[in-house]
Design a protein around this ligand. Structure first.
Ligand SMILES: [Zn+2]
Length: 265
């Protein structure tokens, strides 16, 4: 299990490196083809420069050719993707007593795909206050198709509950977006909530929204403490939503149970 986890981590780090590349190409509005190069001096990177994390450490965060600093975004995204992949693998990709079933593997692949999409959106929204629809829309359609295909193995009610979750979550943000005229919430958050509903289902999406507002409040207070009133009024909400989604995905049941218990006595 440990060896397998190490493999999953390395795989995740490589995917993270690819996600960084995709984010950069999206920022430059380029197609994801051609060889990697330094964004400052445009020097094409050699194979020694392309090892995720290791190259960054070896080069001490500087470009080999122009000595310009390489953004921390690269190793952070790589390591985060690796860690996230391990979490997902351990919670969903389970090698059960019955061996590894094909349906489990498909589910795992979908989870890893959605995780990658959410990581891209997280970084992009954080940097540019924009949720890239180019990445989000295909994910919504692919996940919708996946949930539809599940009708054959489970029942129609479970599909309905995911649709309901998507409708409620995005409807909630739509109301905020509409009445604040886009000031408190961007329309991208309304669209992102659709994917969250499809991914999490009703109970977990509510937990995710609760967590997102909770994290948002904490970070806002910290920023307010540091920067006082000079704080830029717009903090992107997407990263909070995505963090909430990941936490709810892993520990949603426990959080809901804990929350229910609070009100029991
Ligand atoms: Zn360079």
């Amino acid at each position: 299990m440990i060896i397998l986890s190490v493999f999953v981590f390395i795989f995740g780090v490589c995917i993270g490196s690819f996600l960084n590349c995709l984010i950069y190409r999206m920022e430059q509005n380029k197609k994801a083809t051609g060889r990697s190069f330094c964004p400052h001096c445009k020097h094409i990177l050699s194979w020694q420069d392309l090892f995720p994390v290791f190259s960054f450490l070896l080069l001490q965060g500087k470009c080999r050719y122009c000595q310009k600093k390489i953004s921390w975004q690269y190793p952070i995204v790589e390591i985060s993707t690796g860690v996230l992949f391990i979490f997902i693998f351990l919670s969903f990709g389970f090698v059960s007593d019955f061996g590894f079933r094909a349906s489990d593997f498909i589910k795992l692949c979908f989870m890893l795909y959605i995780a990658s999409v959410l990581i891209i959106i997280f970084v992009y929204d954080l940097k540019h206050y924009l949720i890239p629809e180019k990445v989000l829309f295909p994910a919504i359609f692919i996940y919708l198709a996946y949930r539809l295909s599940e009708i054959f193995t489970s029942n129609f009610a479970s599909f309905g509950s995911y649709i309901l979750a998507a409708a409620i979550a995005s409807g909630f943000f739509w109301v905020i977006w509409f009445f604040s005229r886009g000031k408190w919430m961007g329309f991208g958050d309304v669209e992102l909530a659709i994917l969250m509903g499809l991914l999490l289902g009703l109970a977990n999406v509510l937990a995710a929204l609760f967590l997102a507002f909770f994290f948002g409040a904490i970070i806002s207070l910290i920023l307010l403490g540091f920067y006082g009133k000079n704080l830029k009024s717009e903090v992107p909400f997407g990263p909070f939503l995505i963090t909430g989604a990941f936490v709810a995905l892993m520990w949603g049941q426990q959080i809901i149970q804990w929350y229910v218990q609070l009100f029991k006595i």
